[in-house]
Design a protein around this ligand. Structure first.
Ligand SMILES: Nc1ncnc2c1ncn2[C@@H]1O[C@H](COP(=O)(O)OP(=O)(O)O)[C@@H](O)[C@H]1O
Ligand SMILES: [Mg+2]
Length: 249
């Protein structure tokens, strides 16, 4: 589903990524770990189309999307959350989720806009019901009518997740989703992610969470992939222990 080959990103003299190759199969849940500045967020930016790599190619579902923008990739079903949650602060939680489905349009064109046709109203009701169900799944149904800006960061992360899940993502990228969540919220987050059919890439600080939630873990250090495999093997990898796990333990 995701195929990255020889990707490099340079910021002036900084090699944020160099020679990165990564293939993630459809439906796989793959964790990405590594110290601060390793290039994890930059990798997400390259996959989602927010940053054009200096070298290399990105393929999604077999298509070369290296030159495609973020909107085109979103239309292929790519969704993400951000290390600093990005919600529509002046919209309610429910409207944040509805915003993610309304780009499909209401059907019926201008006439339906002007006349408020019954079919249009039924569609709007169905979407509202669906959005509420997504909030329920994310454990924030009680916040539907709150403005997103008023929520603490952990709740905003759940709003972002709900919005990302609103129209069946095919590829979901989560950037440090459990930071700012308490234990119970993180567990809920893990459950929701475990139940997804989407291909998931998950950047996480909490190594325990990654090892539990992912069937595979990729380790980045200084812009390079230094390990890639099942959690148990990655945990024992001497290079990983030196670069990361040892340092954080
Ligand atoms: N917009 C930018 N301009 C300049 N340097 C950047 C920019 N974004 C990231 N970097 C640098 O690229 C490297 C990788 O950053 P990042 O991808 O954010 O790492 P991580 O998410 O693993 O902490 C770091 O050295 C960072 O300082
Ligand atoms: Mg980051």
């Amino acid at each position: 589903m995701i195929e990255i080959a020889d990707v490099g990103v340079r910021f002036g003299g900084v090699h944020a990524l160099s020679g990165v190759g990564l293939t993630v199969a459809e439906g796989e849940t793959c964790g990405v770990i590594g110290p601060n500045g390793a290039g994890k967020t930059t990798l997400f930016d390259v996959i989602t189309g927010l940053r054009r790599p200096t070298t290399g190619t990105v393929r999604l579902d077999g298509r070369d999307v290296t030159a495609a923008g973020a909107v085109q990739r979103a239309r292929l079903g790519v969704r993400r959350t951000f290390q600093r949650p990005q919600v529509f602060g002046r919209l309610t939680v429910l409207d944040n989720v509805l915003a993610a489905v309304e780009w499909h349009g209401g059907g019926g064109g201008l006439a339906a806009d002007l006349l408020g046709l019954r079919a249009r109203r039924r569609l709007a009701d169905r979407r509202r019901e669906h959005a509420r169900a997504v909030l329920e799944r994310c454990g924030i149904a009680d916040l539907a009518d709150h403005y997103a800006a008023d929520l603490p960061i952990g709740r905003r992360r759940m709003v972002e997740l709900a919005r990302a899940l609103a129209d069946e993502p095919r590829v979901l990228l989560l950037d440090e989703p459990t930071s700012g969540l308490d234990g119970e919220q993180a567990a809920r987050f893990g459950e929701v992610v475990a139940g997804l059919e989407a291909t998931v890439l998950l950047v996480e600080h909490d190594v325990g969470f990654v090892m539990a939630a992912c069937e595979r873990v990729v380790v980045l250090d200084l812009g390079k992939v230094i390990a890639d495999g099942p959690p148990a093997r990655v945990r024992e990898d001497p290079a990983v222990r030196t670069a990361y796990l040892g340092a954080s333990a």
